[in-house]
Design a protein around this ligand. Structure first.
Ligand SMILES: NC(=O)c1ccc[n+]([C@@H]2O[C@H](COP(=O)([O-])OP(=O)(O)OC[C@H]3O[C@@H](n4cnc5c(N)ncnc54)[C@H](O)[C@@H]3O)[C@@H](O)[C@H]2O)c1
Length: 316
């Protein structure tokens, strides 16, 4: 299976390096509109670099691409590739509007092609482990989830605000963990540094009786990527970067007070470290994409889920 990477910036370079190391694919070419090199080496593999998609496709048969060009190009580039019969992994977010996303989903279905989106955090082993903890009932009924995805300003991003760029990750994870879409979502976003494009936002969503808070910004001088989940049976603190999870099991005795209300007397509890088997999230994401093409394996991130995350982010 021949693969290529479109857009060789920060993210595209990671995709290219990873494809070069995957034995199940032939990594054959790169397309980047501003590259001046004719060839580039990734580990043991050297591939030709093209400035135009047409030129790349006239020289190579390409089965699948990773699209890691800027967000505003995703729709046009993916549409072009899907129309040529090429399977696509689009970096997140899927597109800039839900309608564009819908068109891509429709086109991929019509052409019987695999379309997925680089919501890489879904392959973070800590995210998968928290899902397992939820499914096992370790949290009981979840009252709240609170995400923080903060960090320094990314100068290369000039076509998306912080909600579209960062909050889509956590909105998608909340949908995945809670197995639903929110009934309501609202928030505030504003620009502290850019003077125009929002660079910080506070978002609140309601999934049935679970309240979810998302804080994203490009203002905090250090990278923070955390989630905390509180439920009737326990509490989880997880860190996306260190991939660590601390679990506190709730131990309480219930009785009634003089108004007939239920009250709880909590015992002091120690935290437990939940073991997380480390895996390379990007490698797993690319393997999932390739497995869906070659073996018809299910996708972990469907394009409809990516469209949902984008549509919700666009409401803020
Ligand atoms: N999944 C993640 O965690 C994650 C992290 C960072 C970025 N991203 C996404 O990846 C995409 C790229 O972000 P980045 O930070 O790598 O940007 P970047 O600016 O570093 O790289 C983009 C590259 O695309 C090239 N390019 C522009 N238009 C093109 C076109 N039409 N065809 C081919 N190449 C083109 C540019 O020359 C540049 O080299 C964005 O959509 C961003 O949201 C995802």
């Amino acid at each position: 299976m021949n693969v290529a990477v479109i857009g060789l910036g920060n993210m595209g370079t990671f995709h290219a390096t990873k494809y070069a190391s995957l034995p199940e694919v032939n990594f054959v070419a790169i397309c980047d509109t501003s590259q001046t090199e004719n060839k580039l080496a990734f580990g043991e593999i050297t591939v030709p670099v093209y400035n135009s998609l047409n030129a790349m496709l006239s020289d190579h048969h390409i089965d699948a691409v990773s699209i890691a060009s800027p967000t505003f190009t995703h729709y046009n580039v993916a549409k072009f590739c899907l129309e040529k019969g090429i399977h696509c992994l689009i970096e997140k977010p899927i597109a800039t509007t839900a309608q564009e996303a819908e068109e891509l989903i429709h086109l991929a279905k019509e052409k019987k092609l695999v379309l997925t989106v680089g919501h890489i955090e879904r392959f973070n082993p800590a995210v998968l482990k928290v899902k397992e903890c939820i499914n096992k009932g370790m949290l009981g009924d979840i009252s709240s989830v609170s995400f923080r995805r903060n960090g320094p300003f990314p100068p290369q991003i000039d076509d998306a605000d912080v909600v579209i760029d960062l909050a889509v990750h956590d909105i998608d994870i909340a949908n995945y963990w809670l197995g639903a879409l929110p009934d309501t979502i609202t928030g505030h976003k504003a620009a502290l540094i850019t003077g125009g494009r929002p660079d910080h936002a506070e978002i609140l969503a309601k999934y049935g009786s679970t309240h979810v808070f998302f804080q994203v910004n490009w203002v905090t001088p250090t990278r923070v990527r955390t989630a905390v989940l509180t439920g009737s049976k326990g509490y989880i603190e997880m860190d996306f970067i260190s991939k660590s999870i601390k679990y506190y099991e709730s131990k309480a005795e219930f009785s009634n007070n003089r108004h007939g209300e239920t009250i709880a007397k909590f015992q002091a509890v120690e935290s437990q470290d939940i073991e997380v088997e480390l895996q390379d999230s990007l490698e797993e994401q690319l393997r999932c994409f390739v497995g869906a093409i070659m073996k018809n394996n299910p996708l972990l991130v469907t394009p409809s889920q990516a469209r949902d995350a984008l549509e919700l982010a666009l409401k803020i």
